[in-house]
Ligand binder design. Structure first.
Ligand code: TNX
Length: 485
């Protein structure tokens, strides 16, 4: 059995093999630019390790090709795919382009680990013959990266997007502002980044994304069938904004920039009209830059905002988000307000379950004690925090989303998301260490059927990904729970 993660819905393998050769052609239908782009993505991932000059062609008919095509098969849904491998051809079909993209990820995992190399390797490049039919359990399979506590370069974020794409993650939530830094250029309020983006936890230089850089990141994610969800955390977690514009403060005085790691001390002034002009500008610019349907407004840990003010504020911000044509997402605390039916709540502490259940609206599950990628693996992990507990690889994998909210309709659970907060993380190597090997487990919980999921079997499949990660030069945690190959 190949060691695929996430495990497909159905897989039947036979004894033969398809071999990628210098003459192998990647075939797409005529006049299908989106499919050509997916074919080119596949070619671009196969060319460096094989050293073959693989071409994407329209309607190839010769022997020895990998074909990508759309078929009218609604049972595959928006993201499912069907892969048939014979010794002569690989046929990948899907109902929608996203399915082809995820099928390509499966194909990569069916090849030997050396396929992840950036330089030519000897091969052979064989794929076992057989058939796979596959589609996801949940529509929302997300990761979140906090670029506010520490700032990460565009290249670092792209690397994380690429790694997540290998595991069919389809949501990328960017936590763009917090007490320690404002990371997205807002043309109408330039001091947010000029001043508010100038530092980070520990006092380093911080940084921010220009609007062009953000648009580039969004396009990069989109080409990997990943929707970017930008978050501006409100009304707390706003010291960087308050430090940049005195008029946003209740007393009209700007506080100093903040480089510590406490939470719950800052709040926008809920009673000032300028607060809503500010938010209208910020959310308007962000909405215009973001093709995805969502804006995340934070809403967590607003300990410096009295509850009645908080409720009023969240309800008013919800109308602003809607006015800019987006669907609002907020951390679970927002369920204390009267929300529109379509607003999404993101669970993280389980402290507002009664509100979440009473409301019955859509939820994303990010229970901290299971999905926080910034929690340490063990007591001796040097990076990370431990307020939600230690999360070894088995703890991260062995839980079931339907068990988290008693009697909650499973149809309202959009899926799961694993946040990575960056108080203790400074670069891509730190991101990799905390995300791997836990991230593939979240990907599997989000994608694979509930029945049949078992840690004892999963850990063996996971072990087989170690050699791939070594080839990718990935800085992963060598957990003693995994029998690494
Ligand atoms: C809680 S999760 C927070 C973040 C911290 C994180 C650290 C959430 C909505 N708020 O502000 O960075 O814990 O694990």
């Amino acid at each position: 059995m190949p060691n695929l993660i996430p495990q497909p819905v159905s897989i039947t393998l036979t004894d033969g093999a398809f071999s990628i050769a210098p003459t192998t052609v990647i075939s797409v239908p005529d006049a299908a630019p989106e499919l050509t782009a997916i074919g080119q993505y596949l070619a671009d991932s196969l060319i460096p390790p094989t050293g073959f000059d693989l071409q994407v062609q329209t309607n190839a008919t010769s022997v020895g090709y990998i074909s990508l095509a759309l078929v009218a098969d609604p049972s595959l849904g928006d993201e499912g795919y069907h892969l048939t491998i014979t010794p002569e051809t690989v046929t990948l079909t899907a109902h929608q382009p996203a399915g082809l993209f995820w099928g390509v990820q499966t194909l990569r995992q069916l090849l030997p680990p050396a396929i992840e190399s950036a330089s030519p390797q000897p091969g052979p490049w064989t794929i076992p013959t057989g058939e796979i039919r596959d589609h996801p359990r949940f529509a929302w399979r997300g990761v979140m990266l906090d670029v506010a506590r520490h700032f990460f370069s565009v290249d670092a974020v792209k690397r994380y997007i690429d790694l997540a794409a290998c595991y069919k993650i389809n949501r990328f939530h960017l936590h763009l502002s917090d007490d320690q830094g404002w990371r997205i250029e807002i043309k109408t309020w330039p001091n947010l980044t000029a001043h508010g983006g100038s530092t980070e936890v520990g006092g380093g230089p911080g940084g921010y994304y220009t609007q062009a850089e953000y648009a580039d990141l969004v396009a990069y994610a989109q080409a990997r069938y990943m929707v970017v969800i930008p978050e501006i955390d409100l009304p707390g977690h706003t010291n960087a904004a308050l430090a940049s514009y005195p008029e946003l403060n209740g007393d009209g005085k700007a506080p100093d920039l903040y480089t510590g790691t406490e939470v719950g001390f800052s709040s926008l002034c809920v009673d000032k009209e300028i607060t809503y002009q500010f938010l209208n500008d910020v959310l308007g610019e962000l909405a215009a830059l973001t093709p995805g349907p969502y804006l995340h407004i934070g809403g967590d840990e607003a300990a410096a905002t009295p509850l009645p003010d908080y409720v009023r504020f969240v309800e008013r911000v919800e109308t602003l988000v809607a006015a800019h044509g987006k669907q609002m997402i907020g951390w679970e605390e927002v369920t204390r307000a009267e929300l529109n039916d379509e607003t999404i709540a993101q669970l993280w502490t389980n402290k507002h379950d009664q509100h979440i259940i009473g409301r019955g609206g859509p939820v994303i599950l990010s229970p901290a004690f299971k999905t926080y990628l910034d929690m340490k693996y063990t007591a001796t992990t040097t990076l990370g925090l431990r307020w939600a507990g230690l999360i070894e690889v088995a703890d991260a994998y062995a839980w079931e989303p339907n068990d988290l909210l008693p009697d909650f309709p499973s149809a309202k659970i959009l899926g799961i998301e694993a946040p990575l907060w960056s108080e203790t993380l400074e670069d891509i190597k730190d991101i990799e260490f905390m995300a791997f090997p836990r991230l593939p487990g979240y990907a599997e919980i989000g994608w694979s059927p509930q029945e049949g999921r078992a840690w004892d079997e999963y850990r063996l499949r996971l072990a087989a990904h170690g050699p791939r990660w070594q080839v990718m030069n990935l800085n992963f945690y060598r957990s003693s729970q995994i029998p690494w190959e």
